[in-house]
Write a protein that binds this ligand. Structure first.
Ligand code: OSB
Ligand code: MG
Length: 369
């Protein structure tokens, strides 16, 4: 396959409901959308970078620079035998996983459309449905959080994740547990703590959490291993795992017992599949995280979760929770009992609405072979 054209759009999509983590609050989703074209077909890759480097080091600005000056020229001069060849082609560039992933994911979507098969077929998944979980951002009070949990549990989600940060942790878990003693519940700290907070995590051991996600530094494995030795609740790593090698190292060290897979954080589907295969072989539970994606990235996550290693519900919730007007039609929806149907159309499987993409576009750049 020879990619003939690459387009990068800078989008701003208004959110119906903001999302707050330990690193900040988002009310407008500002992200990059990569489109690659060949033989009259186009594939799409949604970039998970934000305008700021508060989740991981990349930003929309660094992604645009690395795409424009390094990654796009490589892809436009190559003849790709398979989407799997993209990761190898881009491997001389160190890091910049989010930039690589957006481009690589677009090539996978394009190849699925060329073969006229749904994305999951190309990834090695299966048709059917996937279990939906939801991530609830920080709320104004423990009571407001418990109300939000009640709403999402009533909406059918099969597990609920809440965000915590120092000063907003035990009280939140207790408020939720008082009303929902049995609910499958987990917490995500987005690296807001240090090893000095080990007593807090020991105290949370009694709350019956399915896991604690990324309590310590974004680039740490050693301190997470030390913390895991002192608590029973499994740790799960998100930010710390940016390659399949990181996943292997984390498991060898005992830094986590569960792995969060985000294609954007890992540099693309090929690396995400490598993490999947490694964890599946070791019997390590896996789930798919989210980055508050529009329908395009959300659908990519749906297809990925049809692989057999994804044994836990992920953070893929209904698109309508975040966006009144999504870029895809229909949006991703969740059934009353917490399932998402896997699309069977070519590529990501739902139509991208050009007028909505155009309306959200702030800036656009195009490159050709
Ligand atoms: O840490 O999983 C995270 C959102 C933005 C950045 C990081 C994270 C999150 C979420 C939301 O938890 C998941 C989603 O609903 O897409
Ligand atoms: Mg996380």
């Amino acid at each position: 396959m020879r990619i003939e054209r690459v387009e990068v759009r800078q989008l701003a999509l208004p959110m119906s409901q903001g999302f707050e983590t330990s690193f900040g609050r988002t009310t407008v989703k500002e992200f990059l959308l990569v489109a690659v074209s060949a033989d009259g077909l186009t594939g799409y890759g949604e970039c998970v970078a934000d305008p700021h480097p508060y989740y991981l080091p990349e930003t929309n600005g660094t992604v645009q620079h690395v795409l424009r000056d390094f990654l796009i020229p490589q892809v436009l001069s190559a003849d790709l035998a398979d989407p799997r060849a993209v990761a190898a082609l881009l491997s001389p560039v160190r890091g910049h996983e989010m930039a690589k992933a957006a481009l690589e994911m677009a090539v996978w979507d394009l190849e699925a459309r060329r073969q006229d098969v749904p994305l999951h077929a190309l990834l090695g998944g299966r048709p059917g449905r996937i279990a939906a979980g939801v991530s609830i951002g920080l709320q104004a009070s423990p009571e407001a959080l418990a109300d939000a949990v009640a709403r999402e549990a009533a909406a059918g989600y099969q597990r609920i994740k809440i965000k915590i940060k120092p000063g907003h942790d035990r009280a939140l878990v207790e408020a939720v547990r008082r009303r929902f003693p049995e609910l499958p519940l987990m917490v995500d700290a987005n690296n807001a703590y240090t090893l000095a907070d080990a007593p807090l995590f020991a105290a949370l051991d009694g709350a019956g959490l399915t896991m604690i996600e990324q309590p310590l530094a974004w680039d740490d494995l050693v301190d997470h291993a030390a913390l895991q030795r002192t608590i029973r609740t499994p740790l799960c790593l998100d930010e710390s795992i940016r390659s399949a090698a990181h996943a292997r190292h984390a498991l060898d060290l005992g830094a986590c017992r569960i792995v969060n897979v985000k294609v954007g954080r890992l540099g693309g589907f090929a690396e995400a599949l490598a993490v999947h295969d490694h964890c599946l072989a070791r019997g390590v539970p896996l789930w798919c995280g989210g980055m508050v994606e529009s329908g395009i990235g959300r659908l990519a996550n749906v297809h990925l979760q049809t692989l057999p290693g994804f044994t836990l519900p992920g953070d893929t919730s209904a698109g309508g929770r975040y966006f009144d007007e999504d870029l895809v039609d229909p949006p991703v929806t969740v059934s009353k009992d917490g399932w998402i149907d896997v699309p069977s159309g070519p590529g990501i499987g739902h139509a991208i609405v050009p007028a909505r993409v155009e309306r959200a576009t702030k800036h656009r750049e195009v490159w050709t072979r």
